[in-house]
Design a protein around this ligand. Sequence first.
Ligand code: AMP
Length: 217
Amino acid sequence: MKKELIFMGPPASGKGTQTKKLAKDTGFVHVDTGSLLREAMANNTDAGKIAKDYVEKGQLVPVEVVANIIKERLKQDDVQQGFILDGFPRSLEQAHMLDDMLKEIDAGKEVKTTVIYFDIPIDNLMERIVYRRSCPKCGAIFNIKTMPIIKEGVCDYCQTELVQRKDDTEEIAKKRFETYFSQTAPLIDFYEKRGNLVKLDATGSIDEIYEKLKTVI
Ligand code: AMP
């Protein structure tokens, strides 16, 4: 059976960190719209050129741009047994688009879809964002305030210099929270009514959350 996991939650709720761990341990393929968009921006593709302005302002990239990127990605061979979708859908419109895409891609297949909502108070998330650094090469995520890092400013896993995302400043993060509450949070109710939402208590250490996550997937 094809297993589709959709991860949702506010910015910096830990989705990316948990997805990377789960993907590494289980072979689930991680499909993350934020990373796909950043890659398109770095490669200066047409989609990347459009996305840049929105990403840097903390706004949602126009739906056609993201939907195209996601649709192409979800058609590829490596995700036909399942995937973890992180960062999509982010609005009701995108949720309906995803339904349509998957109806086409999954026609004739037996599929189990679970939406996991990372339930966490937003009080400390701003701190996580401004101290977050990521590895541009392997995608590892660090927090320079709360995580011990072997060599300052350098990725523990591949020794590449860590970077701060341009949208990880306090000013842009505020916008990203506003966008989340106005456009993405209504999806909790949408999937809850559909009966495939699991609320995951996303407080605690990375390992504690991971243990809880493994019991609900
Ligand atoms: P993330 O890495 O998930 O925090 O995403 C970074 C930024 O990429 C967001 O603030 C948006 O500007 C853009 N983005 C990511 N996913 C989507 C999406 N599903 N729809 C529109 N914009 C998105």
